[in-house]
Write a protein that binds this ligand. Structure first.
Ligand SMILES: NC(=O)C1=CN([C@@H]2O[C@H](COP(=O)(O)OP(=O)(O)OC[C@H]3O[C@@H](n4cnc5c(N)ncnc54)[C@H](OP(=O)(O)O)[C@@H]3O)[C@@H](O)[C@H]2O)C=CC1
Ligand SMILES: O=C1O[C@H](COP(=O)(O)O)[C@@H](O)[C@H](O)[C@H]1O
Length: 508
């Protein structure tokens, strides 16, 4: 790997502690960091290098998936770290940083390849990019990359402005927009599963698929993020980015041996084919909800409006469900239902593919007792794949009974999303980052929803914390003759485990 200087804005912040340092440490343990690698942590706080390293060490002990108990390894890792005070709007601080970075690169005899990671509020993105350029930190003698956290804009217009301003300092191929859902191992497997399995390729069309359900439910509420969340809501926080990225990843059809350009081009094509939703129709296809008080895992919790920092009058959405269609050769006529919410019954991110019923034959009198075939991708917190098949009920021989074939990854030690993504960015692989074209198309699709919410054209349904969202979300599917699958008690009468014989065996 190329020698790299990793320049971290927001080095004293929450994300750096919880995700970035642990990710770098685990990459280090796996030998996936460049040989010549330095980290410059930046913030306003006055810290010595020693205190900074001690803080990073503490973060590893608290948050690393692998225990940081090998002192020798930890101290080798930390030796790459130093800290500088930098106020984002002070140009002199960038000049000072450049001097330190050049000294360090000279000491390591390393090429000036620099990765600028912006783990700071979005209001700082353009100032940093401009100052990096004007200070000469982006050296012409090496490569430069900008890793940028969400949110990328607040709406279509602000996202376009942000992109235009960033593009004055960084070219598109140098910008790595993080969407951590794209770093989740199961999401990264979606394309390979399809490409490597002709059986899935054959099924991946409207001829066989009745509908697709994409869910990201959380049990947590707004937590300490009222100031941020009350201005964005579920639609901006989760739907415009993570949920639409899941849709694109699921719906793409890729040629074998596809490149990162193929992935991006085809994701863009999917997004272009999503049927636009005019503002007047939003209420027909989108359900907006806000959690009321309820019970989560046996504990009573307050409603959204009683959360610290949230006004009694807030109309912010903490839940959204939407029905979309992709008007292309593969997906025409297949509804995609997407939902995400806070304070839901369970923490689960999953994609359910519901297959069509076979044509009914008069000889098969028992058709109505069958449940549809389902293919379920469990993305998090558990990772796995479940196939729901019909089998004969051994007790009631006249009836069918659903059986589940489960493939759950037994690996305890899978890399975290941030590890995958930071590793990719260090290698310069943009496959699992959001290209501007996708971001813009996603905002374009979502903008009428934002407008309709702002103009109160869509009812705000209340739902009890600990439920699966408002009843209207169930009705959205019921209108098409479907229901959300895999909610509540997982229907798992006959379960097989990875490593066993998968075929029709459990109780037989
Ligand atoms: N935390 C999370 O789980 C997630 C965060 N994000 C995004 O990551 C980014 C960072 O979030 P998070 O770490 O939680 O934020 P924090 O508020 O915890 O940290 C902010 C960081 O920015 C630095 N900072 C703030 N103002 C300035 C300034 N004027 N000059 C220099 N440095 C400054 C602070 O350093 P100091 O105080 O020393 O100046 C601190 O290191 C945000 O864009 C957020 O949306 C995205 C997904 C999840
Ligand atoms: O980006 C965000 O994601 C988290 C949920 O992430 P997950 O990996 O735990 O599913 C969400 O809680 C947060 O509000 C949002 O900003």
């Amino acid at each position: 790997m190329d020698a790299t200087t990793f320049i971290l804005f927001g080095a004293t912040g929450d994300l750096a502690k919880r995700k970035i340092y642990p990710a770098l440490f685990n990459l280090f343990i796996d030998g996936k960091l460049p040989q010549a690698f330095s980290v410059f942590g930046l913030g306003r706080r006055e810290l010595t290098d020693e205190t900074f390293r001690a803080n990073v060490g503490q973060a590893l002990r608290s948050f690393s998936r692998r225990e940081a108990n090998d002192d020798e390894a930890v101290s080798r890792f930390l030796s790459a770290f130093s800290y500088s005070v930098l106020h984002i709007d002070r140009e002199d601080d960038y000049a000072n940083l450049l001097r330190l970075v050049e000294q360090r690169e000279a000491a390591l005899n390393a090429a000036p390849n620099r990765m600028f990671y912006l783990s700071v509020g979005p209001e700082f993105f353009t100032t940093i990019a401009a100052n990096v350029k004007s200070s000469g930190l982006g050296s012409a003698d090496g490569w430069k990359r900008l890793v940028i956290e969400k949110p990328f804009g607040h709406d279509l217009q602000s996202a376009r402005e942000l992109n235009e301003q960033l593009s004055r300092s960084f070219e598109e191929h140098e910008v790595f927009r993080i969407d951590h859902y794209l770093g989740k191992p199961m999401v990264q497997k979606l394309e390979i599963l399809q490409q490597a399995n002709p059986v899935l390729q054959a099924l991946w069309t409207n001829r066989h698929i009745a509908n697709v359900q994409i869910t990201a439910n959380e049990t947590v509420g707004v937590e300490e993020r009222a100031g941020y969340y009350d201005h964005v809501g579920a639609v901006r926080d989760m739907f415009q980015n993570h949920m639409l990225q899941l849709l694109m990843m699921l719906a793409i059809h890729l040629p074998n041996n596809s490149t990162s350009d193929d992935v991006r081009l085809r994701k863009k094509k999917v997004m272009e084919a999503v049927v636009p939703l005019p503002k007047e129709n939003v209420a027909l296809q989108v359900i907006r909800g806000q959690y009321a008080e309820g019970t989560i895992q046996g504990k009573p919790v307050v409603g959204y409006k009683s959360e610290p920092g949230i006004a009694e009058t807030s109309t912010n959405d903490t839940f959204i469900a939407a029905r979309l269609e992709i008007d292309d050769y593969f997906w025409r006529g297949v509804p995609f239902y997407i939902r995400t919410g806070k304070r839901m019954a369970e923490k689960s991110t999953r994609i359910v593919i519901e297959f069509k019923e076979p044509l009914k034959q008069p000889a098969l009198a028992l058709d109505d007792s069958k449940t549809p075939n389902l293919l379920v991708f469990e993305i998090s917190p558990n990772e796995g794949i479940t196939l729901q098949l019909n089998t004969r009920d051994p007790q009631q021989k006249d009836e069918f009974k659903p059986m589940h074939v489960n493939f759950h990854t037994s690996e305890q030690d899978v890399p975290e999303a941030y590890e995958n993504l930071i590793g990719d960015a260090l290698r310069g692989d943009p496959t699992f980052f959001s290209h501007w074209d996708e971001v813009e198309l996603a905002w374009k699709w979502v903008q009428p929803i934002l407008d309709a919410f702002a103009e109160n054209l869509v009812p705000l349904h209340s739902y009890a914390a600990g439920s699966y969202g408002p009843a209207a979300s169930d009705e959205l599917l019921a209108k098409d003759g479907y229901r959300w699958r895999f909610d509540a008690e997982p229907e798992q009468p006959n379960e097989t485990k990875a490593g066993e014989n998968y075929a029709y065996h459990a109780n037989h």
